[in-house]
Design a protein around this ligand. Structure first.
Ligand code: GLN
Length: 300
């Protein structure tokens, strides 16, 4: 009978993933092995010669098969890393992307430059990744995080609890601002932040199978031109933002101009910045009400 050590399995799975044109073949192989064996990544290399037997071999085989059918590794292992936090992830929520870490970084920069208690509203929180990362890094911040999907919010609740952030983050179920009741508790925010669904109809059809066939459409699809949520966020933004507050949203790679125009049309902001991601695509729109707090003054 063939003997499968960790080393041999890693090599075999990584090769198989490469042949099947999966991204990040080696990393994906490592994550699946860690999941099945209950190890950290570093331990794979210290236990290179350990022999893996049934039933773990069978579990691995099943996961490898699902992975080559394009099921995302984050869903297969039920977790992912975001802004140095390990988060629980299920197919009820979008898998946090590295681009969204850049949005979080801008938000943290902005919040750190303010003094006293700060209030943030995170719309379409999904797994709670943005709220958790901000809360962890800005202890003086209170965050209200809303989402229309109670299944996604259940995942967010686990993430908030796992990182002990219940004192800072309040999760609320409902459409955008609906759960924020005016006059009842906190209803004015220093920062409104969101990574809303922003994929247009034509872009949705062209999404890679690992996204289109597995991630929730409700978390991706932003209406015919992908801009529906920005319109709706801007419609009520003035009611919930402090007079010197800011709006920061993640946007699609070619939506910079269109989102800038929508923000301008709202007439609420003194300065608007469109920031690019590491691949030089439009990725963040940031707007401030006070012209002295321009976002492009902050470190990129
Ligand atoms: N960035 C996601 C993608 O890869 C879209 C996320 C969103 O719609 N908010 O398609």
């Amino acid at each position: 009978m063939e003997v499968w050590t960790i080393q041999k399995l890693l090599g075999w799975i990584a090769d198989y993933f490469t042949k099947n044109q999966l991204d990040a073949a080696r990393l994906s192989a490592e994550l699946l092995l860690c999941h099945v064996l209950g190890l950290e990544r570093i331990e794979l290399y210290t236990l290179y010669d350990r022999v893996v037997q049934q039933p773990q071999l069978g579990q691995l085989r099943a996961l490898v098969k699902r992975a080559v059918e394009h099921e995302p590794i984050a869903y297969l292992v039920g977790r992912c890393e975001f802004y140095s936090l390990t988060l629980k992830i299920t197919s009820d929520c979008l898998i946090p992307r590295p681009e969204t870490e850049e949005l979080v970084e801008k938000a943290i920069d902005f919040l750190r430059r303010r003094s006293g208690p700060r209030q943030v509203l995170d719309l379409c929180t999904g797994s709670g990744c943005i709220a958790a990362a901000i809360a962890k890094n800005c202890p003086q911040t209170q965050i209200a995080a809303t989402d229309i999907s109670d299944a996604a919010l259940a995942v967010a609740a686990e993430n908030i609890k796992k990182h002990n952030l219940q004192q800072q983050v309040t999760l609320l179920c409902g459409d955008l601002y609906d759960p924020i009741i005016k006059g009842l508790g906190q209803d004015r925010f220093d920062l409104i932040i969101s990574n809303p669904p922003y994929v247009s109809s034509s872009a949705y059809e062209k999404l890679a199978p690992n996204i289109k066939d597995y991630e929730p459409k409700a978390a991706l699809y932003g209406g015919p031109d992908g801009l529906d949520y920005y319109r709706r966020i801007l419609e009520k933004c003035g009611d919930f933002l402090k007079p010197d507050g800011a709006l920061m949203v993640e946007i699609g790679y070619a939506q910079g101009m269109a989102v800038r125009e929508l923000i301008e049309k709202s007439g609420l902001f003194a300065d608007i910045t469109i920031l690019k991601d590491l691949s030089k695509n439009d990725r963040i729109a940031a707007a401030v009400r006070n012209p002295h707090q321009k976002i492009d003054n902050l470190s990129c």
